[in-house]
Design a binder for this molecule. Structure first.
Ligand code: BES
Ligand code: ZN
Length: 954
């Protein structure tokens, strides 16, 4: 379930100064008349007024660079009984230009006092100067006013005492709880800062460019432990029995990577071959689920150190499973935090798909220790340099360390997900301006992650892995402990020349390893920056149209826009001036050779070296473009697939299926042609290709089912069960086989049971009753566990038992599967009960509410219920989840984007408009509206074709 989780944003913050008497005591409370951070940023001319009525000396959202931080000494004392914390910090700053004020970020923190010390003050133990504190909550800033000007090039120390509540949600320094097997509820305190919430834990220069060193001390009771980015150097016992842990000083790093935790967790540890101590922490009852994470993090850390040829710079790395966590995981340097389902693996209940997810998240966060932590983007507009790279490195590292997972097949879905969004007019360029916290959080989306990773993969394929690796090593070395932007990356990739390399157009290539066709590419004077800017600075995905006439190939590129057809009046305007430098690859029936050509203009012509019956572009689907074959191109491919599909490479078959259905949604290919293309599918020998074909058929089935188009639903079901009978019958109810076969098993059997295929239901029901009889002790094969539970949840007895088990199970993988099964019930009162439990947040945790609601909305019996719930309980939801949070985005798109009628569209539109009228706006609104519109158009154009095709096919 958590796999559907992603992407964030932020809550509008308002506040005012409420005590004029205590000059240095800033009380940050709510007051509705303050402009919000989003509103104010639009108006740079507004003269800001601090909460006490005095002018605030800074009007921008971003901090001035007059003063920069060098080092933070931070002492934090959380009280897990009173649920608040007191803290003090001393920030060493360097004054770059003389100034009388220092601007810091802060949020929901009460300052007790602030003083300034010169180096001399410290040397002679002078008391320092009191600083006047002005607060400007709309920008989450305070200004510290010094009585005298601070002198340029001098170092000073700002000392601040402050306190705050441990936050209720999932951000800043917050509390998380878990239940022990004995039924006791325990509290822990944990941080989660990215992108702009370090300021909610301590006043700081909370921008990625302000890197500094941090020396952290944490006070705790003896029943707890404290963890932070660095290893502990010593523990001091204080009066009253409190303990104070001192941690080593960190390397130079951004504030969003600082982390600390006070908890009572246990750990398992190991050491990498280079001597880094890796530990996995989890709550005491979950120790047995930590071993896979330990094994894989050791392997992956070893891999990255070798691959980057740069050591992991800290002596230790902790990975901690946090019971309440908003996103999937967070890469804090040396102290990575995870949602429990992203780290824990229970051999008895975790499936092949769970293993894939855990490995992916570990690989991703470990990659960030270099891409993101060592080298950080200058500003959030280039967050793809962190997230796109970490996502791309998952592919490289998992392929090398866990080849049996066949992660490169899975990676194609990463690109398909990106395309689904990027084919909408409401998409955005990879690099995009982002200023307010909401805009910044919206940058953590499929474009930064998936598209970022896919264009890197395309570039690697173009440059060769070896050159690409050299380039990124160059980049990591050059910008270590510093910040970088897009152009820095392109420059590093262009200039990774060493002696003996061939150089052309700012780009170099090793003579010895040069591919013959890369040489011609080089002669055309390729500039990487020029090429890659077409992928990062403009939104959208190109459509390459290929027309073969004898030996000549006519090529043409345009913007691929879903739901907009060439005959539509807006088509031309929407095409705009889009164009890309596309590194094309193609193969032909006549040989195994891979041909390359860069399409740098709108149209181009190629002469084919030999005669061919079929032609396939985008070899192995490594490129980020969709291909359409005009004339007989598709027919030749269809014929080949039917005759002998294995003459095309598996990833090419996946790409063909994907592209064909994409082309249907822009009216370039008829639906029956795409369906004809997958007629060969029951004979498909590659599990991922089969999965891709089934994915589309399943999608149609669910669309028909939701809309109650019963004749088509029934015929699709008949078609699926008849044609895929051999595939279904072949599946065993076990965990044996290769990962891709295990994944296919889960997909196929789930489909069969969803379609009420009697043998499937029978087997699942049988396993479920054995499990019931064994009082939950029987081990059901993990890959079919979710299916068995879902069939079991069809009876009241089964559903109730599962809910009970949900409360008792200590396996997060099992709980996830149970929750999904519960959400598939056909009984609305049960779905209502789940929503109530989710809102209550005890049995079903608040962190799981969004994916629960999404799952309920996917259930035809729950779709209206979930949507009505969102409309009627919006205010309640906003109290629980920040507007831009992952959760909110999942809630909004998960309950609406499957709609496919004009009435539904109208309803959603009205709802979004009412939110906008309240000043609430998210990018996801536009994405949802466009998606529903496309669904409507798809049905209008294709429903009858589908109906007829099924009639003649079954
Ligand atoms: N840096 C992110 C965590 C994050 C996400 C912070 C959004 C702020 C906003 C982390 O590296 C990440 O990408 N986590 C992913 C998991 C990953 C495997 C795709 C997530 O949380 O979904
Ligand atoms: Zn990430």
């Amino acid at each position: 379930m958590v796999n559907s989780h992603r992407k964030l944003i932020f809550r509008i913050y308002v506040g005012f100064y409420c005590s004029a008497i205590l000059l240095l005591r800033i009380c940050i409370c709510s007051q509705l008349s303050m402009p919000s951070i989003n509103q104010l940023s639009k108006d740079a001319e507004t003269i800001p007024v601090a909460t006490n009525g005095e002018p605030f000396p800074w009007h921008k959202l971003r901090l001035p660079h007059l003063v920069i931080p060098l080092h933070y000494d931070l002492l934090v004392h959380p009280n897990l009984t009173s649920l608040d914390f007191t803290a003090s910090e001393k920030i060493e700053i360097l004054v770059r230009e003389a100034t009388q004020f220092i601007i810091l970020h802060i949020k929901d923190i009460e300052i007790i006092n602030a003083t300034l010390h010169s180096e001399e003050d410290l040397r002679y133990r002078k008391p320092g100067t009191k600083l006047n504190v002005l607060s400007y909550p709309a920008h989450q800033q305070i200004a510290l006013l010094a009585p005298d000007e601070l002198i340029a090039d001098m170092r000073y120390y700002v000392a601040i005492n402050f306190q705050a509540k441990l936050a209720d949600g999932f951000k800043g320094f917050y509390k998380s709880t878990y239940r022990t097997l004995g039924g006791e509820t325990r509290i822990i305190a944990v941080t989660d800062f990215e992108p702009t919430q370090a300021r909610a834990a301590f006043p700081c220069f909370d921008e990625p460019l302000f890197k500094a060193n941090f020396t952290i001390k944490i006070r705790r009771e003896s029943r707890h432990i404290a963890l932070s980015n660095m290893p502990k150097v010593q523990t001091i016992e204080l009066e009253g029995g409190l303990l104070e842990d001192h941690f080593e000083t960190t390397v130079k790093m951004s504030t969003y990577l600082v982390a600390y935790i006070v908890c009572d967790f246990n750990s398992v540890s190991g050491t990498t071959s280079s001597g880094v101590k890796v530990s996995i922490y989890a709550s005491p009852d979950k120790g047995s689920q930590t071993y896979y994470a330990l094994d894989s993090s050791l392997k992956l850390l070893d891999f990255y150190e070798n691959y980057f040829d740069i050591s992991y710079p800290l002596p230790k790395l902790d990975l901690v499973a946090i019971p309440d966590f908003e996103s999937g995981a967070m890469e804090n340097w040396g102290l990575i935090t995870y949602r429990e389902t992203s780290l824990l693996f229970d051999p008895k209940t975790s499936s092949a798909s769970d293993k894939m997810w855990v490995t992916k998240v570990i690989a991703h966060e470990l990659a960030h220790q270099w891409f993101g932590n060592l080298v950080t983007m200058e500003w959030w507009n280039d967050i793809w340099l962190n997230e796109g790279f970490a996502t791309y490195m998952e592919l490289i590292s998992i392929n090398a360390t866990y080849p049996e997972l066949q992660f490169d097949d899975y990676f194609l879905n990463v690109c398909f997900e990106a395309i689904a969004k990027d084919a909408l007019n409401s998409s955005r360029p990879i690099s995009n301006p982002a200023e307010t916290p909401t805009q910044i959080r919206e940058m953590f989306d499929v474009v930064s992650y998936n598209k970022g990773a896919c264009i890197l993969n395309m570039l690697k394929d173009f440059l060769t892995e070896e050159k690409f690796r050299e380039g990124i090593i160059h980049y990591l070395r050059k910008f270590s402990y510093r910040n970088a932007k897009n152009d820095d990356l392109w420059a590093s990739l262009s200039n990774s020349c060493s002696e003996g390399d061939f150089m052309s157009g700012g780009f170099c290539y090793s003579n010895s390893k040069m591919r013959s066709n890369t040489l011609s590419v080089l002669e055309k004077n390729v500039e990487i920056k020029e090429m890659m800017s077409t992928w990062t600075l403009q939104k959208g995905i190109p459509l390459v149209v290929v027309n073969q006439e004898g030996h000549s190939l006519r090529l043409h590129q345009e913007l691929f826009l879903k739901g907009v057809f060439r005959e539509d009046p807006e088509w031309e305007t929407l095409q705009g001036r889009y164009f890309w430098h596309i590194p094309l690859t193609y193969s032909m029936s006549s040989s195994n050779a891979i041909h390359r050509h860069i399409l740098k203009s709108k149209t181009d012509t190629l002469e084919l070296p030999e005669k061919t019956s079929w032609l396939k572009f985008n070899v192995d689907s490594n490129g980020y473009y969709i291909v359409h074959y005009e004339g007989l191109g598709w027919d030749h491919l269809i014929t080949q697939l039917n005759q002998n599909h294995t003459l095309l490479r598996p990833k090419d078959r996946i790409g063909l299926i994907h592209d064909a259905f994409q082309l249907v949604s822009v009216g370039r290919l008829t639906l029956d042609k795409a369906l004809d293309l997958i007629r060969y599918l029951p004979h498909e020998t590659s599990s991922p290709a089969l999965t891709e074909g089934l994915r589309h058929l399943e999608l149609f089935y669910h669309m028909m089912d939701r809309r109650n188009i019963s004749d088509v639903t029934e015929n699709l079901k008949r078609y699926l069960l008849r044609y895929f009978k051999p595939v279904i019958d072949k599946q065993s109810w076990s965990d044996e086989g290769l990962t891709c076969d295990r994944l296919l098993r889960s997909t196929v059997l789930k489909l069969a049971c969803d379609l009420n295929h009697p043998p499937c239901i029978r087997k699942a029901a049988e396993l479920f009753s054995w499990w019931l009889e064994s009082s939950g002790k029987l081990n059901i094969p993990t890959d079919v566990l979710k299916i068995v539970y879902s069939v079991g949840a069809r009876t009241t007895e089964g559903w109730d038992y599962l809910l009970e088990q949900y409360g008792l199970s200590t396996s997060v993988a099992e709980k996830n599967k149970i929750l999904y099964a519960l959400s598939t019930s056909k009984h609305q009162e049960k779905l209502v009960k789940l929503i109530e439990l989710g809102m209550e947040g005890k049995v079903i945790k608040t962190q799981d509410f969004a994916s629960l609601l999404h799952a309920i909305a996917r259930n035809p019996k729950g779709q209206q219920l979930a949507w009505n719930f969102v409309k009627e309980n919006w205010t309640q939801l906003l109290k629980k989840f920040d507007l831009g949070s992952f959760a909110m985005r999942v809630i909004i798109s998960g309950t609406t984007s499957h709609f496919s009628s004009k009435d539904e569209l109208q309803e959603v539109k009205l709802f979004f408009e009412s939110l906008k009228a309240q000043g609430l706006h998210l990018d996801v609104f536009q994405i949802v509206l466009e998606t529903i519109n496309n669904n409507i158009k798809w049905l209008e154009r294709n429903l009858n074709t589908l109906r007829t095709w099924l009639l003649v096919s079954i």
